[in-house]
Design a protein around this ligand. Sequence first.
Ligand SMILES: [Zn+2]
Length: 412
Amino acid sequence: MAKAARSPTAEAPPAPPAAEKSRSAVGSGLRSLASAASGFLDRWTVVGTGISRLEKALGDQFPEGEHYFGLENFGNTCYCNSVLQALYYCIPFREQLLEYSANYKNPGEAEENLLTCLADLFTQISLSKKKTGVISPKRFVHRVRKENEAFRSHMHQDAHEFLNFLLNEIVDILEREFNTMKDSSETTSPDGEASNGEVNHLANGVRREPLVTWVHKDFQGILTNETKCLMCETVTAKDETFLDLSIDIEQNSSLTSCLKNFFSTETLNADDKFFCDKCCSLQEAQKRMKIKKAPQILVIHLKRFKFIEQLSRHKKLSYRVVYPMELKLSSASDDVDCEYSLFAVVVHLGSGPNQGHYVSQIKSSDHWLCFDDDNVEKIQESSLQTFYGSSREYSGNTDHGYILFYERIGKS
Ligand SMILES: [Zn+2]
């Protein structure tokens, strides 16, 4: 599997049609009255002190060397800003990206791509002399639009699709760079690495082991898809890699129960029988998924945007799904459950799939912050509960946790 896996369970729905973001109608609860009512300058600084409101709110708790920067919105780019913030506070990802940026040949020489634009943005934030402020991700957004037509319009976009695109694009760039480097080192020294026992590729045949990049080290897990023929009891197992898990959700449930369903045994029968190679015929079978290797960073996408065939359009599911701060996941390769801690939630604010707004709630050094485009505010951990969803279908609450980022704790 040379290519990084897309979410194995993600349906590939057509990109939802777009509509104007009606920001005034949504998410008003997140913006403090103070910042909404005050003028632009007053919003950032405590008058006369040069200290930002956020610095004042955090006081001594402001972590040494950390930066909290808002990101400017270029018209419906909140899908991008919310994901970038979650990735910035995903510490292993940030550190590896900054290291990559530092080691990258001559910056002047480097050809601009999505990865170099992202690395530049992260470097700009991390090297800033100011602790808080606003940064414009203009070059990065411009590059995203250049690379992918789907994000070119100024319409509402799906933050999960964007995250998926971004991580896979970074993997592709790292693989291309690795191959170019390898090819050039082989040209100069033909007896070098290639003769080093493990010949894993041929001039024409191309048999390369998939490269494990730092994106894989952070986000990639392996699922085993097991199918057991009920006639001959042969078990067929197939592994697939994932960078995130897309999970079906149910009303009044929890993430743990949704995950349980995801990993539950399904019977294939009637029109959905399985072709057993041993029986050489279609047979009833049992199918289930297991985690073979749990990822370091577990990204869970709650499938809130469901394609409704009768309506031939997407509908947002406002179901109440409680997600815990600490999550346990059983994995086949570990004797004990893997434990994870929640550190970021991308929240979708709005009633439908085609309009709304995204913000990120992020944990940094034991406190929670809300990143809403150019605005960053300290929030209480308890306010995360507001975004679980609603237990009734038609309720005023349209703001929901959409992408959850968990970091593995304990054994790595
Ligand atoms: Zn069989």
